[in-house]
Every structure is written in structure tokens, then in C-alpha cells.
Design a protein. Sequence first.
Length: 520
Amino acid sequence: MLSNGRVFPDYEPTELGIAAQLAVKAVAKATGTPQKDVEKKLVALGDIGLVAEYFVSRKRQSTLSSGQLTVEKVFRTTQEIAKQVGKGSQERKLSLISSLVTAASPIEARYIIRTLLQQMRVGIAEGVIRDAIAKAFNVSAEGVERAWNMKSDFSEIAVAAKKHGENGLKKIKLEIGKSVQVLLAEKSPDLKTALGSFENVAIEWKMDGMRCQIHKQGNKVLIFTRRLENVTRQFPDMVKLVQKCVAAKDCIVEGEAIAIDMKTRRPLPFQVLSQRIQRKHEIERMVREIPVQVNLFDVVYVEGGQLFEKPLRERRKILEKIIKPDDDFRIIGQLVTKDLKKAEKFYKEALNNNQEGVMVKNLDALYIPGRNVAGGWLKVKPTMENLDLVIVGATWGTGKRSGWLTSFVLAVRDPDTDKFLECGMMSTGIKEKKENGMDITYGDMTEMLKPLIEKQESGLVKIKPKIVIEVAYEEIQKSPTYASGFGLRFPRFVRIRNEKSERESETMERLQKMYDMQKK
């Protein structure tokens, strides 16, 4: 777990609650360095882990530690840090972090601090850990991955592989309360292609909401997002709906939670619901202001039995048996047809109801968690034109991106005021190093934009509007965050438009028009 900067599994809601400023104070305390000197070095190095290594290596007087650091000691102390809550918790956390840094060698200090901030930056993702477990205990990578998809906790998987080998991995099953990797869909170019991909198809609305995996065990309910984050605390209303509408004693069901307008009952965009997903305080107020509707579409576990080996048509029937629907908790509508005209009508209904598009599903397909499975689910959504936007800001990178400008602020032009209004922030699509001659790297962007920097404050820079780039995106959304009133969902760099001046970039009027077209 520590090797990829994790202390708890994804499904565990416990958080370390360590901000960068607390890490700065801990490094200062442990090394006897003035805090302002630590902050100054952080600006220069861009990585608090490297800063910790630097000052630990230069301690004028070594402090006698209580004992040599071990992996177990770091792990247990880190868990102890997470338990500190309430009055005086920050001071207690500071003391625990400082004790680790004080006992650490310079290189140990670097990775202890990075671990605590969950910023390891050593390129160890799930795939590397999977292969390492397979190699260490002479089991197959496929077996490790299958176990990981069932139970997202590599520590349990490693123990099972060490003790019982391949058989140990096969015995790992679903467990209520521990989130499962979800089945993902592939994108289809159009509805006709999607319909022709399977012999037996069902079409469902693709909703603009939060994919939710709901675990019920007796009266206990847990809710996880697509990324396996535990958001049960943020959705007490959804917990009550599950308790009321799910007849099964034990089950795991999947669906999409959407925000709805209190007066019209019409769906609201995802960014409205997102205010609840990250909410830590005033949860009851958000429940009142942003009610949700849950639309279920699958079930993977009922009364002790896994349903992965059953085709979708059978899982749907099981789902219908265990749900007592009401207006706010129901099974999503489904159209079973190969008729293109009927499918197109269903698709238009989805778009007219403010949904993203449709899902075309193979009724004969099994549920394979954690993969984009050919022959399973296909998503069909409108394709929007790319936009030519101006870069008006950026942030300085940290870690291995230190010294580069990253996360570029995008803007459109308002012809009435001749001002540039922000409409999003983009980093995707730019490379760290060239893989072919056509790639644009962060280094290229930094070299191009550095002469245009007008103002710097901390890690943020304001850039003179001059560079125009082509940007792809998934959706235009209303957003109070940006001056334009709009934000791009998942913007992606396509190319630099050297042939265009900033005055030839997209206007506020065109952005509004594209938003209106999207709604239609």
C-alpha cells in the first residue's frame, strides 16, 4: 500500500487529513529550521519531499531517535495520524509527523513526507503492484488482477498469494462493504454502429450524474463512486431510500444518481450534484437544496451470491425482483430493440431530458469488473466541435513537472469588452516527453509562454493572451467558477493554432451557441 502512497484501501473512508502546510511545519520542527526557510526552499524545489530530504541531510546536530525506522513503524504511525480528530488534533498530527522525520535518513524523509501527502511520484500504479505480487509469489498477473477487481486492497491480495498461491487468489470473493471495480463502457461512433454490434441489445439513457455502487447488508448501507470513493456520509437521503426501496437483505446494486430540480423534477447537470459529492459540512442543507434521484441499472450480488456469470438479461430480472421503486429510487427505463428509428427516438428523448446520450448494452454479456470489455456496453453521445481558445494563465508544476508550466487556463473573447473570459483549465493531451515528432510537451509550452508572463503569485501565473490552441472536450457546462459563466468538462489539448491570432479565437457568443446546440 505504501509503495503507491496509500495507507488505506480505496473503499476505506478514513483520510489522513494532512495539508502541505502541516508538512512544512513538521519538516521545520524536525530539523530545527525556520519555517520561512522551508517555504523558500519549497518554492525552489517544488516538492516538499525533496525539501525534507534537503534539510534532514543538513541537520547540524543529529537527534537521537527512539529506534530505527521500519516499514511497520511508518505504517502504524501513519494510521495513528489518521485517528487524530477533534480539538488539538493538528498539534498531535504535527508531533507524530515530526517524530517520523526526526528518526529518518534524508532519503527516508523524502518518501515519508510524500507518502503522508499521497504524492509518491515514483511511477508505481496498480499495474506495477499487480505484476510485483505475481512475481514475488509466483502467481499469474491475471489472477492478481481478478482478485483486485473483486476486492481493491493489494495488502489482502498479497497475503492470500503468499499463503495459498493461485488458489488463494481464486478464493477472493466479493465482500459487502468493500467496493468492486466497475464494468466500463466503450465509446461507439454512432447509434447505428452500436445497434449492429450485438445480436440482442437493450438501450438505456446515459445519465449526467454520479455512478454509484450501493452496498446493503441488513440495515447498513454504503455508497461508493465509480472511483470507489466512499460517499455515504454525503448522501444520507440516498441511504434512507435504499433502506426503504431495496427488498433484499444483502446486495450490491449499481446505478446513476442525478440531481433534480425541486420544482420541475427535471434533471440538473452533473456540476450541480458535484457540490454534494465533495461536501464535508452542512450536509443536511445540501440534501434540502439539491435532492437526488437514483436510477438503478445492474446488480452484481444478492443474498450471498455473485452474479458476474449471469447475462445482463438475467441480472435485470433479479434487479426488478428486489426493488420496490418510487419517484426518487427506481430502475432505469430500458428499450429492447434493433429498430434504428425506435432507437433514434429513444436517443432524442434522452437528450431532450438533459441526459448525456444512451447506453447500448449486450443482453447476453456477463459482468466483468474493472475492464472496458468488448461485447459489453457501448455509449453513444453527441460529438461537439473542437474550440479554438486562448491561454491566459497557468500553474507551475511540482515534483517531476517542477520548472514547467502546467494546468493551462483557457479563455474565450468577449467582443463587446475586448476582454478574455476564462472557461476552463486544461492539462490533458500534453506530454512530459516527446514520443514522436508531433508531440507537444510541457517544456515546449513553458518555453512558448514564459515570455508572455505578466504576473506571478505563488504557483499561479497570469499570461498575456496570445497563444491559441485547439481544444477537444466532452461537454460545456454552466459554471460560476469561470468569468465566462461556462466550464469545459474534460478539456484536452489537440494542437497549437499558430495561424490564428488571439482575436480570431472563439467568442463568448459562439460558446453560448455551442452550449445551446448541445442542449438540443
